[in-house]
Design a protein around this ligand. Structure first.
Ligand code: ADP
Ligand SMILES: N[C@@H](CCOP(=O)(O)O)C(=O)O
Length: 326
């Protein structure tokens, strides 16, 4: 469920009066999502998404997220475009929360990833990286390598309740990953999505009936970091089967389609195994933190941390880039 903040009819009408979107035709809460309250909004001007930013989003970072979406959409990427009010501002306030309206994107995210999804995904990711070039703002990755030790410390007290020995295993994995992490300046940096999971990528059938990407959403983890790290996030999120077997066919399709738009450098390719370990650890840690800190009955959906322990172990023994499809 992801409608944490209710919006009254009256508050909505007052809010919309500051936009040139015509009359309100329909308005409903969207159940999917985890972080923010999302509403589908239809006005005489078309379909939109209204987002009220909840507690885990720092309002000071919203100009980066909205500015990045605006920049990417302006470069032709299929991502939400923030809609400005009559005064030119896209970031506003509603029901006591920071709020923004963005354009609605058609399409459906894949509940079951098939190999045919992976090439269009790889292409879209590379297009995002190319389109991000020239965006003037920067946001450090709060969930990058420097953030992992404090996150793990926050899980120390209760982590072993999830699986005995887990904290010691993660301590060892973290030390190994940090020791092998690419040194500053070795790999290309830019604007990355950092959470391009299947639920953030919409597809529609193309003219040949094969899936094509119709939209990328949820830029609220986006940041300025290693471009190849985003490829590693996708290899984690898209290329494992429900039984946790790594599907190298999916990985090859993803990486080669990425490469066709933005060729990976030899250094990026060599670094992919450790970047994949880092990405697995990042999602394991945030899930473990949520698992051990979310009070029973809270509205936030908790995701399984151990799914990412299996992925971390896989990438730890996978060895070469070729073994993971690169
Ligand atoms: N621009 C958009 N176009 C169409 N649907 C959207 C758009 N943005 C969000 N949604 C819908 O809202 C849901 C939750 O959005 P998301 O950004 O993932 O929320 P959260 O950040 O809270 O996890 C998505 O699964 C999708 O159904
Ligand atoms: N993709 C993350 C959780 C973030 O959720 P989202 O709904 O904001 O994409 C994970 O799977 O741990």
């Amino acid at each position: 469920m992801a409608v944490y903040t209710e919006v009254s009819d009256e508050a909505l009408r007052t809010f919309l009066a500051d936009y040139a979107l015509g009359e309100l035709l329909a308005f409903r809460g969207i159940a999917e999502g985890v972080e923010n309250s999302n509403y589908a909004l239809k006005t005489e001007a078309g379909d939109f998404i209204l987002t009220l930013y909840e507690k885990r989003v720092d309002p000071a970072e919203l100009p980066y997220f909205l500015g990045l979406m605006d920049h990417l959409a302006g470069r032709g990427l299929a991502c939400p475009t923030p809609v400005a009010g009559r005064d030119g501002a896209a970031l506003r306030s509603l029901a006591g929360r920071p709020a923004a309206i963005v354009t609605f994107l058609p399409g459906v995210w894949p509940r079951r990833v098939r190999p045919e999804h992976c090439a269009p995904l790889g292409r879209a990711l590379a297009e995002l990286h190319v389109a991000g070039d020239g965006f003037a703002m920067a946001r450090p990755n709060a969930l990058g390598p420097a953030g992992w030790a404090p996150l793990l410390d926050g899980c120390r007290a209760r982590g072993d309740e999830v699986q005995p020995g887990l904290v010691a295993e993660l301590d060892a994995a973290l030390a190994g990953i940090l020791a092998a992490w690419p040194r500053k300046g070795a790999l290309h940096r830019g604007q990355i999505h950092a959470d391009l999971f299947p639920d953030n990528v919409f597809f529609l059938p193309g003219a040949d009936a094969r899936p094509r990407v119709s939209g990328l959403i949820d830029f609220y983890f986006a940041c300025t970091d290693l471009l190849a790290y985003d490829v590693a996030v996708c290899l984690n999120a898209w290329c494992f089967e429900p039984d946790y077997a790594f599907n190298v066919t999916k990985a090859r399709a993803l990486v080669s389609a990425y490469d066709a738009v933005r060729p990976l450098s030899p250094a990026e390719r060599t670094a992919l195994p450790v970047l994949c370990r880092g990405a697995a650890l990042r999602f394991l840690l945030t899930r473990l933190y949520d698992w051990t800190h979310t009070p029973p009955g809270a509205l936030v959906t908790r995701k399984d941390p151990l799914e990412y322990l299996r992925k971390l172990r896989f990438f730890g023994q996978a060895g070469s880039a070729a073994a993971i499809g690169a």
